[in-house]
Structure formats: C-alpha cells, structure tokens
Write a protein that binds this ligand. Structure first.
Ligand code: NAD
Length: 252
C-alpha cells in the first residue's frame, strides 16, 4: 500500500486479535513493527509469526496505563528502527457488564485507564517522535461504542466516545505538521475479546449477526485493512475521521 513500505510502526495490544492482525499487515507492507502488550506470550507469538513470514518486528512488554512504559516502547521503535511513522493505539478491554447504576468504581477506573488514558499516553509519546521526522499517521481504536450507546457497558462506551474526542482534537492540533490522527470504529469482530463475551452470553452473537446487514461477524484482518489504508498515502487528506467498519450494523 502507498507509503507504508520502509516505515516504522508501533501497535499496542499487538499480542492478540485486531492488534495482532494489524501488526502482521504492517509487516506484510514492509513496515517494521514494535508490538507492545502486557501479554508477553501473546506479543512474542505475534513477533514469531511476523518473522516466520519474513517481516521485521520486536516485542516490548508494555502496560498502556503506565506512561513511562509507553514512552519506553516508543523509544524502542526509534532506537531499533530509526524513527516512528505509524502508531496503532489499540490496547483495550471490555470490562464488566452491569447497568450504569450498578457499575463498580473499580471497573469504571480500570476500563477508562486502559481504553482512554492508554490512548492518551500513546498520543503524548508518539506525536513528538513523529514530529522529529516530519509527521506520520496515528490510528486509535474506538468502536461502534464510540458513536452509539450500548446498555450495560457504561465505562466501555464512555472510554470509546473519549477516544473519538481525543482523535478529533489531536487531528486539529497537528494537521498542519503533516501528522494525521484518525480512529477506527470496529463492529463486532471475531477475536478473543468477543469469544469471552460469547461464553458469558451465547445468544448475543446470534442477535448481533441478525442485526448486521452483512449477516456475519467481522474478521480482525478487515480492521487491519482499514488501519493500513488510514496510514497510507491514499488517505493523505483524511484526518480526525472515525472510520466505521461494522458490516452496516450502525446504519440502521
Ligand atoms: P483482544 O482481547 O483479542 O486483544 C486485546 C489486546 O490488548 C490483548 O493482547 C491484551 O493483552 C492487550 N491489553 C489489554 N490491556 C492492556 C494494557 N493495559 N496494556 C497493553 N496491552 C493491553 O481484543 P480485540 O478484540 O483485538 O480488541 C482490540 C481493540 O479493539 C480494543 O480496544 C477493543 O476495545 C476494540 N474493539 C474490539 C471489537 C471486537 O468486536 N473485537 C469491537 C470494537 C472495538
């Protein structure tokens, strides 16, 4: 894809699901990838798969709730590969399900810390590294829960709406410096996160598929494709956008 060859990317939450597929897609395009995740086994497995396919990747253990660890992951990209061109701020958790009136404060804090503050830490560290080198492209993972309400997912919905706001704001701030910031809003994608919620509520997947015009769940590679496009030169005038990739779920 235009402009991704020879680049350097960081992918948070790269040890599983959407992050793993996107790290692999970057590598296929000729971009070197820093895979950052709290899950060491998952992150190392992503790197092994990329290397087995002839790509270039490094794993960094990183909890996105800790700004210093995110800074160290960005530093690894700069030190190992000479700069930073692309970032996919994607680490996230679903949290516990309960109506707003029954949500625990600990669940609220945990979800906001990972899904929203984690993206904030990413932006804070990635933007200066990219500006050093004349700009770049950042994609943050929001969700259709960043544009719609969903019952029983209060902190998740709030965190993802927050990601959309962070994205718009950074896009305004750095557009003139050739740094584009977009979000991707996946619908329901077949990953370990969704498998967990399916175990809890087996009927929910059938209901989701029935409510999706394309009549199926999405695949992680379909989000990776959208992220690759947003980072490519083909999206050179796209910034501040929240690109919905949901098989039509949110349009009805
Ligand atoms: P997943 O559970 O398969 O992967 C999430 C990854 O994030 C894991 O590797 C996990 O270890 C990592 N992670 C969790 N907490 C972390 C932390 N504190 N620091 C660093 N890494 C951490 O889930 P997924 O479905 O691939 O989700 C990826 C992103 O996509 C999340 O932000 C999620 O909210 C979002 N999303 C997913 C769906 C979906 O249907 N799967 C839909 C919309 C949005």
């Amino acid at each position: 894809m235009n402009g991704l060859n020879d680049g350097v990317a960081i992918v948070t939450g790269g040890g599983s699901g959407i992050g793993r597929a996107t790290a692999a897609r970057f590598a296929t395009e000729g971009t070197s990838v820093v895979v950052a995740d709290v899950d060491v086994e998952g992150g190392e497995e992503t790197v092994s798969r990329i290397e087995a396919d002839g790509g270039e990747a490094t794993f960094v253990e990183c909890d996105v709730t800790d700004g210093d660890e995110v800074a160290a992951a960005v530093e690894t990209a700069v030190d190992s590969y000479g700069g930073l061109d692309f970032a996919f701020n994607n680490a996230g958790i679903e949290g516990e399900s309960a109506p707003s009136s029954e949500q625990s404060l600990s669940n609220w804090n945990r979800v906001i810390e990972i899904n929203l503050s984690g993206v904030f830490h990413g932006l804070r560290e990635e933007i200066p590294a990219m500006l050093e080198d004349g700009g770049g492209a950042i994609v943050n993972t929001a969700s259709i829960a960043g544009i719609l309400g969903f019952p029983n997912l209060t902190p998740y919905v709030a965190s993802k709406h927050g990601v959309v706001g962070l994205t718009k704001t950074a896009a305004i701030e750095f557009g003139a410096e050739d740094l584009r910031v977009n979000a991707v809003c996946p619908g329901v994608i077949e990953t370990p996160m969704v498998e967990r919620s399916q175990e809890e509520n087996p009927e929910s997947m059938e209901q989701t598929i029935a409510a999706t015009p394309m009549d199926r769940l999405g695949q992680p590679e379909e989000i990776a494709g959208a992220v690759a496009w947003l980072c490519s030169d083909d999206a050179s005038f796209v910034t501040g956008e929240s690109l919905v990739v949901d098989g039509g779920f949110s349009v009805q």
